[in-house]
Design a protein around this ligand. Structure first.
Ligand SMILES: [Zn+2]
Length: 264
């Protein structure tokens, strides 16, 4: 009788699912990202005000404060003021659905390796920034600058364990793309990109550049392609004309995420 054969399955009892450390990390990532969605809702609510106005600190209808000391129900998916019941901040469930989609996509098909913390950090700041951009056509420095600083720093940490060429490409990609966007803002004025887009490009270029020049190029092709498609669609349906200024941040987010999911 062989003593070294595999143990026979015991009827009625299933083996526990084989969860590799990587799978566990991804699962905890999903929960960590979902847990910070009220903070992202707070950021979007606070900065979705036209340029020049102070950031929002409470309910527009009754003035009841909304913040970390008064989070519910205003910072939950219902997005209602706890005092008067008026809607506060981004539409109900929008932030949460975007965050959930990003978390699930990351868990299922996110890029491997040490750059994952940088990507999560970037999404944490960039998702609220995009919601602000869609609402009031601006990408606030208070969101894009920490997004870029943390992305560069976390990629620097990841580079300690990786080929230093990754970090060099990330720095050149981020700085180069930001310089290109900023120069169109200076040279073309309103017909060029905004300075907010340029600050967002600092982190977008770095993340895409980390994974290689082809990924950076692919991300830009997707970003500009999506933006062109949506613009043409809006023109064709007469919901926009040639002088309409579309926010560009959402296309940067979609193009970057899609490029990373498809190529890494
Ligand atoms: Zn209220």
């Amino acid at each position: 009788m062989a003593l070294t054969g595999p143990p026979e399955a015991i009827p009625g009892r299933e083996d526990p699912p084989d969860r590799s450390p990587a799978a566990r990390t991804r699962l905890s990532t999903v929960f960590a990202i979902l847990a910070i969605s009220p903070l992202m809702r707070l950021a979007a609510l606070r900065y979705a005000v036209p340029p020049g106005l102070p950031s929002r600190s409470g309910c527009d209808a009754c003035g009841a404060p909304v913040g970390l000391t008064h989070p519910w129900p205003a910072l939950g998916p219902a997005a209602r003021c706890g005092q008067c019941g008026a809607r506060v901040g981004p539409p109900p469930a929008t932030v949460e659905l975007v965050v959930l989609a990003a978390a699930v996509l990351l868990a299922l098909a996110g890029p491997p390796g040490g750059a994952l913390p940088a990507l999560i950090w970037w999404l944490g700041w960039t998702i609220p920034a995009i919601i602000v951009d869609l609402a009031v056509h601006r990408l606030p420095d208070r969101l894009t600058v920490p997004a870029a600083a943390g992305t560069w720093l976390l990629l620097g940490v990841a580079a300690l364990d990786a080929d230093p060429g990754h970090w060099l490409r990330a720095v050149i990609g981020g700085a180069g793309l930001a310089f290109f966007f900023a120069s169109t803002a200076v040279l073309l004025g309103r017909r060029g990109f905004g300075l907010g887009d340029a600050k967002m490009a600092l982190s977008v270029g770095a993340l895409l550049g980390w994974y290689g020049w082809p990924v950076l190029l692919f991300g830009l092709v997707l970003t500009f392609g999506l933006s062109a498609l949506v613009s043409l669609g809006l023109l064709a349906t007469r919901r926009a004309n040639w002088s309409t200024h579309l926010p560009f941040g959402p296309f940067l987010l979609l193009g970057t995420t899609a490029a990373l999911l498809l190529t890494t």
